[in-house]
Design a protein around this ligand. Sequence first.
Ligand SMILES: N[C@@H](CCC(=O)N[C@@H](CS)C(=O)NCC(=O)O)C(=O)O
Length: 123
Amino acid sequence: MRIIHWLLGSLILLIDWLTTPRGIQRSEAVQATINEQTKAFTLYQYKACPFCVKVRRSMKRQSLPIETRDAKRCPHARQELLAGGGHLKVPCLKVVDPQGRERWMYESKEIIGFLEQSFPQAA
Ligand SMILES: N[C@@H](CCC(=O)N[C@@H](CS)C(=O)NCC(=O)O)C(=O)O
């Protein structure tokens, strides 16, 4: 069972690597603003989780340099996710607003929709 799990994970990572999307191009000034805004975001994830791959590909497509933390390999990240979000489930996007309030968003579909709405696709 473990070997099948490992093989599937490796296959997912290989396909992801072979078909990595290109990031959209923005003007330097707009991208610099977005880079600054994404500092308020952290993605808790597992490397080979298909839902996490989906979110990472969306980030890549949108050229969003969001920090990722591996909640499987890093006990500290796992603890942060459990304490902040309340569930050990990935992907989970932590968003900190300008007042310092945290929002922990689960569900890949919701995260991708939120990112698409939050950032301009061009300019
Ligand atoms: N519907 C969720 C599914 C997420 C999900 O099932 N994630 C798995 C990893 S692939 C998980 O976190 N399972 C709990 C665990 O591994 O502890 C989504 O689209 O984000």
